[in-house]
Ligand binder design. Structure first.
Ligand code: NAI
Length: 462
């Protein structure tokens, strides 16, 4: 007889959400986690700690740049790095303990240790063998470095080291202008570092709507970040002062180098499946090392499922959560479903950038007839009142049916604003549906409505 109906491997946002939902549906559930705390990369060394540092340094920036303009005279704030790190640690602890509480409340057993699947239905944690009717792999991802670069997490760091530096550096080179590079680059630029971002492609944030990416780059440059685009990094070597990054410019193949106290390697992540015993089990992987699954999240081995960063798709905590809930429903004999067309993406810089659905470039490539409704936060009274009028909302709708196809926002609170568009898209709404919905004044959300109006007869405040 099985010990559990379900064993979930990994307690990140995919795994813990799956475990809780399955328990709520009446299954006897265990979740295996080898870290000392629950929550995975996201809560321990990812989304949550980075948000603490982004919030603290954004507050610093506000105090330095906006307070006087509002008639607030205070002494220039001093950064107490140890205290800021302690604040970050408190935030992490509050969140990870919260998951422990939720496990207890929902009667999910935490099996402490690293799991290995020895056969379908059999999971070894240390020396203990546990039997389960179903297994869900939610083992997440780890940083993917570049060949020949030795990460030491002190001078040459991934996001993990970047969250816990000994002190804020005076200079930093960031390799990769993706989400991690720009969020962490923003943190240290606000703390006074000279930040140089080196990116292989010719634009920052690959895959993002090009107009938004361009505007985003300009805004970040005004904040002091500098960008070297179209540059292939060749090597990173430790020096007396820190490390030297050598790169080749693609346009003329010329070689250059730049030295900094800290080098952050933020060139993407790869599935973390080490030690799970997938080889012996015969679980099929893609050529990029992702676990292959069918539409029900089942791997090539019956009874073994996989979700989140370990499988195909965007490496986002909320995508993993949705898959976690869906696979729990499926295992419990219900219908689980994830709508991959409506998964928002957010970059938590200041201003934030948020996006959902198709970009203009994708629509062009697909040959779709579309219309664009744009509205600048310069026309939004609330944003102007708080010195956050940089940026705009860009809505894309089908030219004939007016159905919303995508939305891209750079501006205050973009990460929250995007969700009314997500809901609208889930319901197959037209831009006019949003345009006809009363929005409270004065809110940033009015900018979303104005962009929807701009898809029709025109925005009012443009
Ligand atoms: P990323 O895929 O977002 O960006 C990596 C960047 O590195 C790309 O622009 C790529 O062109 C560049 N690159 C690759 N090789 C290079 C080279 N040799 N030289 C120069 N540039 C090079 O990956 P990132 O930022 O490391 O993030 C990893 C994952 O974590 C992503 O999937 C991201 O979505 C996720 N994440 C999400 C966050 C959020 O939702 N706010 C926050 C942090 C991470």
């Amino acid at each position: 007889m099985a010990d559990f109906d379900l064993i979930v491997i990994g307690a990140g946002p995919g795994g813990y959400v799956c475990a809780i939902r399955a328990a709520q549906l009446g299954l006897k559930v265990a979740c295996v986690e080898g870290r000392d705390t629950l929550g995975g990369t996201c809560l321990n060394v990812g989304c949550i700690p980075s948000k603490a540092l982004l919030h603290a340094t954004h507050s610093l920036h506000e105090a330095e740049h906006s307070f006087e303009k509002m008639g607030l005279r205070v002494a220039r704030p001093k950064v107490d790095w140890e205290a800021m790190q302690a604040y970050k640690a408190d935030v992490i602890a509050g969140n990870t303990k919260g998951i422990e509480f939720l496990f207890k409340k929902n009667k999910v057993t935490w099996l402490k240790g690293w799991a290995r699947i020895v056969a379908p239905g059999k999971v070894k944690v240390g020396d203990d063998l546990h039997l389960a009717r179903s297994i869900v792999i939610a083992s997440g991802s780890e940083p993917a470095s570049l060949p020949g670069i030795a990460i030491d997490e002190e001078v040459i760091v991934t996001s993990t080291g970047a969250l816990s530096l000994g002190k804020p550096p005076k200079s930093m080179v960031v390799i990769g202008a993706g989400v991690i590079g720009l969020e962490m680059g923003s943190v240290y630029a606000r703390l006074g570092a000279e930040v140089t971002v080196i990116e292989y492609l010719d634009a920052i944030t690959p895959g993002m709507d090009a107009e938004v990416a361009k505007s985003f780059q300009k805004i970040l440059q005004k904040q002091g970040l500098s960008f070297t685009l179209g540059a292939a990094v060749q090597s990173v070597e430790r020096t007396r002062k820190g490390a030297r990054v050598t790169y080749r410019l693609k346009k003329d193949d010329s070689e250059h180098s730049v030295e900094a106290e800290i080098v952050l390697v933020a060139t993407g992540r790869k599935p973390f499946t080490k030690g799970l015993g997938l080889d012996g089990l015969g679980v099929e992987l893609t050529e990029r090392g992702q676990i292959k699954t069918d539409k029900q999240f089942q791997t090539s081995v019956p009874g073994v499922y996989a979700i989140g960063d370990a499988i195909v798709g965007p490496m986002l905590a909320h995508k993993a959560e949705d898959e976690g809930m869906a696979v729990a429903e499926i295992i419990a004999g219900k219908h689980g479903h994830v709508n991959y067309d409506v998964i928002p993406g957010v970059i938590y810089t200041s201003p934030e950038v948020a996006t959902v659905g198709k970009t203009e470039e994708q629509l062009k490539a697909e040959g779709r007839a579309y219309k664009v409704g744009k509205f600048s936060f310069m026309g939004n009274g609330r944003a102007k009142a708080v010195f956050q009028a940089e940026g705009f909302v860009k809505m894309l709708a089908d030219k004939d049916t007016d159905r919303i196809l995508g939305c891209h926002i750079i501006g205050p609170g973009a990460g929250d604003l995007i969700h009314e568009v997500c809901v609208a898209m889930e319901f197959g709404a037209a831009a006019q549906d949003l345009a006809l919905t009363c929005h409270a004044h004065p809110t940033y959300s009015e900018a979303v409505r104005e962009a929807a109006l701009a898809c029709g007869d025109g925005a009012i405040h443009a």
